[in-house]
Design a protein around this ligand. Structure first.
Ligand SMILES: O=C(CO)[C@H](O)[C@H](O)COP(=O)(O)O
Length: 259
């Protein structure tokens, strides 16, 4: 499954410093365009969402933004937000968010997403599904014609009998003969298998990455099938959730809005 890393990285086309700068541009633009004083804001996870969190902190400090309450989607985003003095709440007290901003691993033409490369898919989804607007920030290397072959689909599963759960997922109509389920090892925060033990999420669960050779024809249906398996906590297919995707490309920034 060497194809999972075959997607050209942005750095093959743009210098590394530029890639970081572009992540910063989309992160900052999302906050500048969509976050207003008094809002409840979902803070995503990953190297792109990092800059959106940074911008919220910066604007709160300068007084440009006031009365923001934020809900982080991972322990590491929580720690970043706390270090910047961003007031945090949880879904337990605030079930409705005005906006959530996050990165993605892949974006298809319908703005369906693969998320969870950073292992935070459950907290991301439970938060982002509650947002009036879900703004996605990516560089153009994340755009694809169909989800699947360019990046494996992460599924968070409970550790109890995880081999059984992986078999059940692999036998689903959308998966059988089409994908290889691989238990994520090492750090939950990436899918590079940088260790020998199962990766453990912020919720104490495991992640199985589904490696597809061909594009997934119907990601919505596949997501429902996966969600029905007992032992599955959540999957990284975010279908029909995006309000807009802000894309950083070599030619500048563009915005794709959901129809
Ligand atoms: O889903 C995620 C974490 O679980 C991230 O949003 C996704 O992996 C993109 O991260 P990055 O901006 O670092 O490429």
């Amino acid at each position: 499954f060497t194809h999972i890393h075959s997607r050209p990285t942005f750095s093959t086309r743009i210098m590394a410093t530029s890639q970081e700068e572009l992540k910063k541009l989309v992160g900052y633009k999302a906050v500048d365009d969509y976050v207003k004083s008094g809002m409840v804001v979902g803070l995503g996870t990953g190297s792109t969402a990092y800059y959106a969190v940074e911008r919220v902190g910066e604007k709160l400090k300068s007084g440009e933004l006031k009365d923001i309450l934020a809900i982080p989607t991972s322990v590491r985003t929580k720690e970043q937000a706390e270090s910047l003095g961003i007031p945090l709440v949880t879904l337990d007290t605030h079930s409705k968010l005005d906006v959530a901003i996050d990165g993605a691993d892949e974006v298809d033409p319908e703005l369906n997403l693969t998320k969870g490369g950073g292992g935070a898919l459950f907290r991301e989804k439970i938060v982002e599904v509650c947002a009036d607007k879900f703004i996605v920030i990516v560089d153009e290397s994340k755009l694809c014609d169909g989800l699947g072959p360019g990046f494996p689909i992460p599924v968070e599963i409970v550790p109890f009998c995880h081999e059984h759960t992986m078999r059940m997922i692999g036998d689903l109509p959308s998966c059988k003969g089409k994908c290889k389920p691989v238990l994520r090892l090492g750090s939950a925060a990436n899918n590079k298998a940088d260790g020998d033990e199962p990766a453990v999420t912020d919720n104490g669960n495991y992640i199985v990455d589904l490696h597809f050779e061909e594009p997934i024809k119907d990601p919505m249906t596949m997501g429902k099938e996966i969600k029905n398996v007992v032992g599955v906590v959540e999957h990284g297919l975010f279908c029909g959730m995006s309000t807009a995707v802000i894309i950083a490309g070599s030619d500048g920034i563009s915005v794709k809005e959901a129809k």
